[in-house]
Design a protein around this ligand. Structure first.
Ligand code: ATP
Length: 210
């Protein structure tokens, strides 16, 4: 016999309720050199506004566009991401790009994640500054069919794109990893720009001092 669900059943068995829906997973890919409160804020806002079940923080292995003067060990970036997200149950570290090594192409990553969980829906979060570069991404016209791109504002960005982007309104916060590295190098405070545990880690490891 088919059992009819009552409201009380759903409360007792929440997993039953969610099994009827596709899992919606956000991905915030980045260099995280270091991770800052801008990253945490956009991930939280997108998760909240789109009703995501979780957000992966995914450090890349070998970002093609980064100024290597400030490059640090992948393990240190990974450790700081773990420290940053430690107190948010929605956030999870995803290491598939670090594990794979080489240049991190998002297309390869999404293929890999979809093999692991074919039934999940992926929302790839990008700052507005990245939108202009999308046409250069590896296999972008196939990639846009595999994930929803979610754009969030960043100063100086444009919403013009020939690819479909779901825009989510977030407070504009002008924090960047570049600026944090500059501040450390110039003995300026980074408190309230990164989490306290990341600030301590940067100090203890002597990062970005030159
Ligand atoms: P860098 O200054 O070294 O280029 P970053 O601050 O842009 O670093 P990334 O780790 O490269 O940090 O960013 C990962 C993702 O988060 C990118 O899509 C980026 O656009 C987005 N992002 C980072 N900071 C912000 C911010 N303050 N507001 C909106 N999006 C952001």
């Amino acid at each position: 016999a088919v059992k009819t669900l009552k409201e009380t059943d759903v409360q007792v068995m929440p997993e039953l309720k969610s099994s009827h829906e596709k899992k919606r997973v956000g991905i915030l890919g980045g260099t995280f050199n270091p991770p800052h409160l801008g990253h945490l804020m956009i991930a939280e806002q997108v998760a909240d506004q789109l009703g995501l079940n979780k957000v992966f923080f995914m450090p890349d292995a070998n970002p093609p566009h980064v100024d290597h003067k400030d490059a640090i060990a992948a393990d240190q970036r990974k450790a700081m991401v773990e420290l940053s997200i430690a107190h948010n149950p929605l956030f999870e570290l995803e290491t598939c790009e670090l594990d794979r090594g080489g240049i991190s192409y998002t297309y390869d990553t999404i293929k890999e994640l979809r093999l692991r969980h074919p039934d999940w829906e992926y929302y790839f979060i990008i700052g507005g500054d990245m939108v202009a570069y999308l046409p250069k991404w590896h296999r972008i016209s196939e990639l846009v069919k595999l994930v929803h791109f979610v754009g969030v504002g960043r100063s100086g960005y444009s919403r013009k794109s020939r690819f479909p982007i779901l825009w989510v309104d977030v407070p504009l916060i002008e924090i960047s990893s570049t600026n944090i590295r500059w501040r450390v190098r110039n003995h300026c405070s980074i408190k309230y720009l990164v989490t306290d545990n990341v600030m301590d880690y940067i100090r203890e490891e002597g990062l970005y001092r030159e």
